[in-house]
Write a protein that binds this ligand. Sequence first.
Ligand SMILES: [Zn+2]
Length: 557
Amino acid sequence: MSANQSADRVFVNGAVYTVDAARRWAQAVAVTDGQITAVGTDAEVRELIGPRTRVLDLAGRMLLPGFQDAHVHPVLGGLDMLLCDLHDLSDAADYLRAIRDYAERHPEREWILGGGWSMDAFPGGTPTKEALDEIVPDRPVFLPNRDGHGAWVNSAALKLAGLTRDTPDPVDGRIERDAQGEPSGSLHEGAQDLVGSRSPPPSATDLAEGLRKGQSYLHSLGVTAWQDAIVDAAEWVDNYDSYVHAAGSGELTARVVGALWWDRHRGMEQVGELIEKRAAAGKGRFAATSVKIMQDGVCENFTAAVLEPYLGADGLPTTNRGISFVEPGFLNEVVTRLDAEGFQVHFHAIAERAVREALDSIEAARHANGTNDLRHHIAHIQVVHPADIPRFRKIGAVANAQPLWAAHERQMDELTIPFLGEPRWRWQYPFGSLVAAGAILAMGSDWSVSTPNPLQEIHVGVNRVMPPDYPYGVDTRDVFLPDERLDLPTAIAAFTVGSAYVNHLDGITGSIEAGKRADLVVVDRNLFAHSVDEIAHAKVELTIVDGEPVFATGEFA
Ligand SMILES: [Zn+2]
């Protein structure tokens, strides 16, 4: 812009952390037509103040690029907030009280739906139907846990779905059973569908409301863009249309890449449908350019794919190596094909065999198709075999980390470490090692599994202890694998420009530079001026997309 043209908005007197390697810090920023036009000192930027310029005095607060979440389920999270929401509770008694209250408040609902309970609140991670039957005897209850890999159901739900001791386990899941072989009220992985598929799907209105709720919650936490990790899976929630509508109407104020679902029960014939869906999206702030492949389950129920068998409760090896949802040879073909069609692949890979299979498949695609700029990424990366760490950089696979899980808490200490055993439990969440080996790091929350608050996520990435006052059992102040801690600049970069890279948004967002879009967040304090164990206390006060506030509180409201 020319010097005599005044700005729409200027931010002055701030601690502007740009995430721009060429100029880390500034005091002031000017914005015109939703674009950053100047970054500099107060004196420089004040020259752009004209009669109609809105001046925001940051009074020492921190201005950052808007946070971007590289793996999140905002519509599920938003729907949960509207249904029987158990996320912020932490023990069985609280869950049961909340479920009873919800059932009493909603006599009109034919099903009790919602979820968000935590496995560590129940012995063995498996709640029973009897507890639910006492409070809801008459209507089916179907409540997935907070990671979505298991569901808690009552007798009415089991009866409605016809599940008895004679029902075999599906190939991709397990029905938890009592000593007599009767279904006991917990359904793992694919077994959830036996009941879940009978429950009424959310209506288009519910989904639109869920997206609105999820979006406004994420904006309140400073999130301006994300990758929705599953937009169109019938067995989860098909929210593809709600994004397309919201993008078309302008109601979508976040920038979103949606990951289309790879249906592991079907073959290559689905690629044509994925291409059609990609073409039919791609308007407004929404694009559907990624495909999600879920390669394994989770460690806590022994469905994550491990190289050596899990240990049993006695500490001795079992014969269980978890589940590879897509046969590795076929996975290579699928990823090679998707890569050739120009799709980014977004993997769910928890344990070391699944991570290796994902890396192998990207390598196979590279051999077949050469290099490209699709930026395939592997989410969760809970257990990574040390030999595979350098491969991320070598083949350009982005490490998509959910840092909040990298801490000692009950689920980790009681349901994971004993069953992974030595030395494997020490290979968990090796974020420091990945960065040292040159991997590109993105970050996401996996909300509604975990809080989508990036400041809490960053807190754990840097400290490797749970944030103070986090609702799920925090038993210890022990630092979890301290060598894998990240420094604050690295964690902020992962949650801004790193995730922007995954979404191919780094050309226009992810840092504060003249010429980029004005997607910005104001935090109540300069994180670098406080001790790192206070990161989680910081609060977002203002969130801006394309120069316009999408969330404001306190002085900025
Ligand atoms: Zn997820």
